[in-house]
Design a binder for this molecule. Structure first.
Ligand SMILES: Nc1ncnc2c1ncn2[C@@H]1O[C@H](COP(=O)(O)OP(=O)(O)OP(=O)(O)O)[C@@H](O)[C@H]1O
Ligand SMILES: [Mg+2]
Length: 235
């Protein structure tokens, strides 16, 4: 069997307490280094797709593999190698962390919660903040930053964490046109420099979807217009 970076085989996922699957019989193989765009109407299952790829949601049937191993909620070691930026993730104004702390949390994901950050971690955080051009935001409370500024900080956290897979759910939503453009280029740069495999749910036309190696449409929990054989995304 080929070792794809992400591989879903006949995946069905049902949320607890629900009867209708949010995903139904999804088969999809994603090669290393590609960008896969995911579109589809509200409630189609796009977020659910990212959740099974990242092991947040267990599958009811089928298998999910990433980086050569089975993805499951309990496979923490594997999940550390997958960064997930949830849809509408914004920090409230009273959130008691500085932007820099949020980036530093990316290091905990990699190195374990109970380890004190060392000089290397602080250096990685500074490098990440510089990479997204957000050094001047470092000492500000995260909840007081604008939506676009918060997104930049979350991308700095991705850089500090050095994952192999990046899952983004509507990263450009609620940003102004300039910020959308800037963020798209930032994601593309991170994708290339970290040699990531990136799956992005987005409806925003622009450089990020333009750069996608493939765009799939999810409708009512299925991949619309499935092709034969199952979809395989190549660079
Ligand atoms: N936590 C949950 N519990 C139960 N059902 C859920 C849960 N989250 C999502 N669903 C259901 O699963 C289906 C897919 O939802 P999902 O959030 O994946 O859609 P989506 O394509 O991301 O939509 P949107 O574009 O609005 O973000 C929907 O029918 C939704 O009602
Ligand atoms: Mg969603």
């Amino acid at each position: 069997m080929d070792d794809y970076t992400i591989e879903l085989e006949n995946v069905t996922a049902i949320y607890e307490g629900e009867r209708i699957p949010a995903l139904y019989g999804i088969s999809l193989a994603v090669d290393r280094g590609v960008i896969l765009g995911v579109i589809g109407p509200n409630g189609a299952g796009k977020t659910t797709l990212l959740e099974v790829m990242n092991g947040l949601l267990p599958v009811t049937a089928g298998t999910v593999r990433a980086l050569g191993a089975a993805v499951s909620p309990r496979n923490h070691r594997l999940r550390q190698r997958i960064a997930y930026l949830p849809q509408d993730m914004f920090f409230d104004p009273p959130t008691p962390f500085l932007a820099r702390d949020v980036v530093l949390m990316g290091r905990f994901a990699r190195l374990g919660m109970f380890r004190l950050p060392g000089r290397e971690d602080h250096r990685a955080v500074s490098v990440a903040l510089a990479a997204v051009g957000a050094e001047e935001l470092a000492r500000r409370p995260i909840g007081r930053l604008s939506g676009g500024q918060q997104r930049k900080i979350l991308l700095a956290r991705v850089i500090a964490r050095q994952p192999e897979i990046l899952l983004l759910d509507e990263p450009m939503a609620n940003l102004d046109p300039q910020a959308k453009l800037e963020l798209s280029h930032l994601v593309l740069r991170i994708h290339r420099e970290l040699r990531l495999t990136t799956v992005v749910v987005s409806h925003e036309p622009g450089p990020l979807l333009d750069a996608a190696d493939r765009i799939i449409t999810i409708v009512a929990g299925r991949i619309a217009v499935p092709e034969q054989p199952p979809i395989h995304v190549r660079m």
